[in-house]
Design a protein around this ligand. Structure first.
Ligand code: ADP
Ligand code: MG
Length: 253
């Protein structure tokens, strides 16, 4: 009996957006399966961040559809899209420097409530358990009482991933997570993102090819000039002549 393809968790179809006549996304179609970890690579200016902007509602495409469950995301605003279960991690850290790791997670768990209410509200034992679970997942148990400003760059990035997870997103979008990390931090980030797949669909945009190789699962997508140039296994991508020409070039791969 033939298996039906699963319904994608996220589906972009023919998405186009121009800035001053330049097509940052050009008829882009992409489908992410539930629980998939998809890596997106491509040269600078290929449209990777713009793709995340149109998914999260930061920018509206000129044409095309973006579906998440039964929702056409092109019709919804940024806050609604986030509340439906699409979390985005930006490159720039947004944890609060003067609060501890625990407090930052506590705030994230409270969601869009006031800081005052969130911090002076007594946590239920379920909420405490959830924070401890998140701490274990992001590997910051030992730094529970450390202030944001004392964390290394990598630790801040993991805290932010924990803060995103506190909102229980179904889909996580992560833009260049390992920029500026030490090799050891890169390795830990690869483990963390890999561990999140399955329960979440994770879309990772990254330049660092060693990292991409470490996390690449079934499919890697190569974007070029706002469209998909190639999609397939890491091995297939690395030996694809057009990918080598536009992106990988002479880089040792
Ligand atoms: P990538 O993340 O792949 O490096 P981007 O998605 O950031 O690429 O950018 C794709 C192209 O779209 C670039 O040429 C960029 O200058 C342009 N672009 C992106 N956002 C805007 C914007 N808000 N206004 C004008 N041009 C933009
Ligand atoms: Mg970018």
């Amino acid at each position: 009996m033939a298996h039906e393809a699963p319904t994608p968790a996220l589906y972009l179809s023919g998405v186009t957006i121009s800035f001053d006549g330049f097509k940052a996304l050009n008829n882009l179609s992409i489908a992410i399966e539930p629980g998939e970890l998809r890596t997106i690579i491509g040269p600078n200016g290929a449209g990777k961040s713009t793709m995340m902007d149109v998914i999260t509602g930061k920018t509206k495409p000129d044409s095309g559809d973006i579906f998440f469950r039964d929702h056409d995301l092109t019709q919804l605003d940024e806050a609604t899209i986030a509340s439906l279960g699409i979390g985005r991690k930006f490159q720039k850290p947004t944890c609060i420097e003067s609060l501890t790791v625990f407090e930052n997670l506590e705030l994230a768990l409270a969601g869009p409530r006031s800081v005052f209410k969130a911090l002076f509200h007594r946590l239920s034992s379920e909420q405490k358990d959830r924070i401890h679970e998140l701490l274990a997942l992001i590997g910051l148990v030992d730094l529970i009482h450390t202030e944001g400003k004392q964390l290394s760059h990598g630790q801040k990035q993991w805290l932010e991933i924990g803060m995103l997870l506190a909102q229980s997103p179904e889909i996580l979008l992560v833009d260049e997570p390992v920029a500026g990390m030490t090799p050891h931090e890169v390795e830990k980030t690869a483990e963390l993102l890999t561990s999140l797949a399955g329960e979440h669909s994770v879309v990772v945009v990254e330049h660092d090819m060693a990292f991409v190789r470490a996390i690449a699962q079934k499919k890697v997508t190569v974007l070029h000039q706002g469209s998909v140039l190639a999609e397939g296994s890491m091995d297939a991508i690395q030996s694809n002549p057009s990918v080598i020409e536009v992106y990988l070039g002479e880089e040792a791969i």
